[in-house]
Design a protein around this ligand. Structure first.
Ligand SMILES: Cc1cc2nc3c(=O)[nH]c(=O)nc-3n(C[C@H](O)[C@H](O)[C@H](O)COP(=O)(O)OP(=O)(O)OC[C@H]3O[C@@H](n4cnc5c(N)ncnc54)[C@H](O)[C@@H]3O)c2cc1C
Length: 492
C-alpha cells in the first residue's frame, strides 16, 4: 500500500484524487489549508469548458493536448457527478478589421486542433445566432462545443465522490514542511499534524512554488495574474445565450459576457500581472471595473443598468514560467509529484491532468485497479428545479422542503440541512455560510444574503451547537456582524 498525500483541494487536486481512487494499493489523503474544498483559484473564474481553439499546439503542445482531452472528459464527468453544466457554444466577437484577422488565426488553430464545427459567422447570421451582440460588430468565430460548469460545485461533487471511494480529507490545515529521508519523501507536516507519505502530489495552485521549495526544488516561480468580475442579478437583460467574448490577447482569452449556470449575468475578467507578494490581493479596483465595462460594451448591444450589479469579485491566476504546466514525477526526492502552474484553461484541462499524473505515477509503481469503484454521485435536490407535482410529493415526505429560506434563489430549509450534512461527510470541521452558499446557491441572488443569512445562521447554530453570532462566512473570525451587534447590546 502506498500512502499518497495530495496538497490542494482545488479542481486539479480533486480530479487527481478521483482518478487515483480507482486503485486499491493507494491510500489517499487530500490536505487543504482552507476550511472547505475549492476555495482557492478554482472558486473564482469564468467557468468555461473551453473548446480549445485558443490553444497554440506549437507554443504549448502539452497544454493544448490536455485542454482537448479535458474538454471531452468533462462531458462524461458532469453526468456521472451531477455537476450543473450548460453547453451553449461561444462566439469571439470582432469589432474591426484587425480583430477579424485574429478570428482567422483562431479558425486555423481550430482546424489544427480538430475542434469540431468552428466557423466564422457574419452579417445577419451573427445577430440571429446571438441577438444580444453589438450591432456594430463585423463578425464572430463560433465554436459550438464551448460549455460552462459551476466550478465550486464541481469541486464539491468530486470531493463527495472521492470520500465514497475511500479518500480522506484534512481541511483547514496548512502544509508547512515536507520531510525527505534517504532521498524519498517521508512526511507532510501541517500546522497541526504530521502525516506519513510515500508519494506527495503538489497541487497547491498559486502556492505550488512554495511547496516545491520545501523539498529543495527552486526552478520556478508562480506569479499571480488577477482577474476582476462584475455579476448582475438574474433579472438583468439582455443576457446572451451563447458565451461571447472579445478577441484574445497573449495574456488572456478576452473579456467575457455570459449567462452563468444560475442565470445571472457575468462580465470579466481583467488580466493584471501582480508582484510575487500579491498572491492574495483579491481586491476589486475602479480601473478594473472600468476596463471590464468598456470591453463588454464593445461586444454586447446594451449593458444592464448598474443598479442590477449584485457583486464584484476577483480571481487570481497562477502563472507559471512561459505559461507551461509543470507536470512531473521527481526521482529526487523520489515520490514528489507536481501538478503546478495550472493556469487557464486549467478548469477545462483538470481531468486530463489527473490522468497524466496517474500515468506518471504508474511508470514508477505498479497500480492495481479496485474491484469496486463508485462512479456516480448525486447532487442536492433543488426544490426550485422540480415540477409542481414533484415538489408537492417531496414536501409531503419532508415539510422542510416547503420552508423557503432564501427567497431570491428559492432555497428550502431541507436543502440547507442537506448541505450541512454533506460538509460533515467530507470532513469540513466548521460549517460556514460560504460552504452553504456554494452548495445550495442560497445567498447568491439579488439581496446577496441580506435577508436569509440570519435565518441560515440560526439553522447552522441549531444543527452544530455553535452560537449564532459565531457562525462565520469563511471560518474563524470572519463573522458578519451579529457578534459585533451583540457586544454593543451587552455593553448598554
Ligand atoms: C480569473 C480567472 C479566470 C479563469 N477562467 C477559466 C476558464 O474559464 N476556464 C478554464 O478552464 N480555466 C479558467 N481559469 C483557470 C482555472 O481556474 C485554474 O487553472 C484552476 O482553478 C487551478 O486549479 P488548482 O487546483 O491548480 O488551484 P486551486 O484551486 O488554487 O487549488 C489549490 C489549493 O491548494 C491549497 N493550498 C495552497 N497552499 C497550501 C498549503 N501550504 N497547505 C495546504 N493547502 C494549500 C489552496 O488552499 C487551494 O485550495 C481561470 C482562472 C482565473 C483566476
Amino acid at each position: 500500500m502506498y500512502r499518497v498525500i495530495i496538497i490542494g483541494a482545488g479542481i486539479v487536486g480533486l480530479s487527481i484524487a478521483r482518478v487515483l481512487s480507482r486503485f486499491e494499493n493507494l491510500k489517499i489523503t487530500v490536505i487543504d489549508k482552507n476550511p472547505d474544498v475549492g476555495w482557492g483559484v478554482s472558486k473564482a473564474n469564468t467557468s468555461i469548458i473551453h473548446p480549445c481553439h485558443e490553444e497554440d499546439p506549437d507554443k504549448h503542445p502539452l497544454r493544448t493536448k490536455l485542454c482537448l482531452e479535458g474538454h471531452n472528459i468533462w462531458y462524461k464527468w458532469v453526468r456521472e457527478l451531477d455537476i450543473p453544466n450548460r453547453w451553449p457554444g461561444e462566439i469571439i466577437v470582432a469589432t474591426n478589421e484587425d480583430e477579424y484577422h485574429v478570428l482567422k488565426h483562431y479558425l486555423e488553430l481550430a482546424r489544427r486542433n480538430n475542434v469540431p464545427g468552428v466557423r466564422i459567422v457574419d452579417g445577419e447570421e451573427l445577430f440571429k445566432l446571438e441577438p444580444s451582440i453589438n450591432r456594430s460588430s463585423i463578425a464572430g468565430l463560433y465554436a459550438p462545443s464551448a460549455g460552462s460548469i459551476d466550478p465550486v460545485q464541481a469541486c464539491i461533487a468530486l470531493a463527495e465522490n472521492n470520500v465514497d471511494n475511500g479518500v480522506r480529507f484534512v481541511l483547514g490545515e496548512k502544509v508547512v514542511d515536507i520531510v525527505v529521508k534517504d532521498k524519498h519523501v517521508k512526511e507532510v507536516v501541517t500546522n497541526n499534524n504530521v502525516y506519513e507519505a510515500d508519494i506527495v502530489i503538489n497541487a497547491a495552485g498559486l502556492f505550488a512554488d512554495e511547496i516545491a521549495r520545501m523539498v529543495g526544488i527552486n526552478d520556478y516561480i508562480i506569479y499571480p495574474r488577477r482577474g476582476q468580475y462584475i455579476l448582475f442579478d438574474k433579472t438583468a437583460s439582455p443576457k446572451p445565450d451563447k458565451i461571447i467574448h472579445t478577441t484574445p490577447t497573449p495574456k488572456t482569452k478576452g473579456v467575457y459576457v455570459l449567462k452563468t449556470i444560475e442565470e445571472t449575468l457575468l462580465i470579466g475578467p481583467t488580466a493584471e500581472d501582480l508582484s510575487i507578494e500579491e498572491k492574495e490581493a483579491n481586491i476589486v479596483t475602479k480601473e478594473g471595473i472600468s476596463f471590464i465595462l468598456e470591453n463588454a460594451k464593445k461586444i454586447i448591444e446594451k449593458l444592464p443598468p448598474m443598479n442590477l450589479v449584485i457583486r464584484t469579485f476577483t480571481g487570481i491566476r497562477p502563472e507559471p514560467p512561459n505559461g507551461s504546466y509543470i507536470l512531473r514525477f521527481h526521482e529526487e526526492p523520489w515520490g514528489f509529484v507536481e501538478a503546478a502552474g495550472i493556469r487557464s484553461p486549467g478548469l477545462t484541462a483538470a481531468p486530463a491532468i489527473a490522468y497524466y499524473i496517474k500515468n506518471l505515477i504508474s511508470q514508477h509503481i505498479d497500480l492495481k485497479l479496485k474491484k469496486k469503484w463508485i462512479r456516480i454521485r448525486k447532487g442536492i435536490i433543488k426544490i426550485k428545479d422540480l415540477s409542481r407535482i414533484e415538489r408537492n410529493n417531496l414536501i409531503k415526505q419532508n415539510p422542510k422542503y416547503g420552508r423557503i429560506i432564501c427567497q431570491c434563489m428559492g432555497v428550502s430549509e431541507a436543502e440547507i440541512l442537506e448541505a450541512i450534512n454533506r460538509m460533515r461527510k467530507i470532513g469540513v470541521k466548521e460549517t460556514t455560510l460560504d460552504g452553504i452558499k456554494f452548495r445550495t446557491h442560497s445567498m447568491y441572488g439579488r439581496c446577496q444574503g441580506t435577508f436569509c443569512r440570519p435565518l441560515i445562521s440560526l439553522i447552522v447554530s441549531r444543527e452544530t451547537g455553535l452560537e449564532p453570532w459565531k457562525v462565520s462566512f469563511k471560518g474563524g473570525n470572519s463573522t458578519y456582524g451579529i457578534g459585533f451587534v451583540k457586544e454593543l447590546f451587552m455593553k448598554r
